[in-house]
Design a protein around this ligand. Structure first.
Ligand code: NDP
Length: 283
């Protein structure tokens, strides 16, 4: 079914979202602070609105994707939101999502907050995911429409939950990036071909390790950090070796040292028999 949808914010992400909705046959009205960014979308059939208020009026479903939450507020301030469903796909903190949900409700609209787990090039392609939280009613009503942009996953009625899980997923990613950068520095210090190491050794190893995370999650939920694999004392000794080897190679282990510090703290408290999952208790 073709819907009237408005997209406010046509940066790299907003433009990709609007384009996917146009390609799916929806009637799309667009607005951007810098008007020229609407031109390629108008060429593909979008209608351009002169103001955010005009854009909000044109769409029953209003998607906002701008830099940050203060910008969302600036954009929506003054528009009549009554009866609309506002889907905010701007990145932010859980508390900002909660405040936005209340503000939108005060203005008579239903609210979905979203966390985009994709880059613009992935939108409308397999592998793209958007997490949604806040109004279950709004999600149920528009799930099929939202799924045009990316797999749509509702994660709860707490408005901040999508933002929190988005940040948690980014956290896992940054941890992996930190380890991979240290590994790259170590491998290149020995003049071993880095691409070969990464493709044939590191990536398969990380994939095998990633599978263990679900077991760790079970252990953390159960508060049971007993391990049959390698306890914290073994990991503490391993970290000493790692850091010493880095220094011998002339490489700074800066991104590993915070993890080492937490392992040291936990073992110093006499909990070296536990597995690595126990470190979560220190955070
Ligand atoms: P861009 O920098 O490409 O675009 C930013 C957009 O915000 C532009 O449309 C800009 O308008 C608008 N904007 C900024 N400040 C204001 C303001 N005060 N009032 C009105 N409009 C404003 O960023 P992206 O499109 O890449 O990102 C948008 C959101 O999507 C961000 O929250 C980002 O974290 C999130 N996101 C982006 C991803 C990505 O890979 N790009 C991935 C996941 C989430 P103007 O054109 O006039 O400058």
């Amino acid at each position: 079914m073709s819907e009237n949808i408005s997209v406010l914010g046509l940066g790299l992400m907003g433009a990709a979202l609007a384009e996917s909705l146009l390609a799916a046959g929806h009637r799309v009205t667009v607005w951007n602070r810098t008007p020229s960014k609407a031109d390629p979308l108008v060429a593909k059939g979008a209608t351009v609105a002169a103001t955010p208020a005009e854009a909000v009026e044109a769409g029953e479903l209003v998607i906002v994707c701008v830099l940050d939450y203060p910008a969302v507020r600036q954009v929506l301030e003054g528009a009549s939101l009554t009866g609309r469903v506002i889907v905010n796909l701007t990145s932010g903190r859980p508390s900002e999502a909660g405040a936005m949900a209340s503000w939108v409700a005060e203005h008579g609209a239903d609210y979905l907050d979203g966390g985009i787990m994709a880059v613009p090039q992935m939108i409308a392609k397999p592998g793209a995911l958007i997490l949604y939280s806040a109004s279950q009613t709004a999600f149920d009503r528009y799930e099929r429409t939202l799924a045009v942009m990316a797999e749509a996953r509702f994660v709860g009625t707490d408005p901040g939950m999508a933002a929190l899980l988005d940040l948690a997923m980014l956290t896992g990613m940054y941890g992996q990036i930190a380890g991979c950068l240290e590994a790259a520095a170590l491998v290149t210090s020995a003049k071993y071909p880095l691409k070969q190491f990464t493709a044939s050794l590191l990536v398969p190893w990380l994939n095998a390790m990633a599978a263990l995370q679900v077991h760790w999650a079970e252990a953390i939920e159960a508060g049971d950090h007993a391990t049959q694999v390698s306890n914290l004392e073994v990991n503490r000794a391993g970290m000493e070796t790692l850091v010493a080897a880095f220094r011998e190679q002339g490489v700074k282990p800066d991104l590993l040292l915070p993890l080492k510090a937490v392992i040291d703290r936990r073992t110093a408290r006499g909990l070296g028999h536990e597995g690595l999952s126990g470190l979560v208790e220190e955070l």
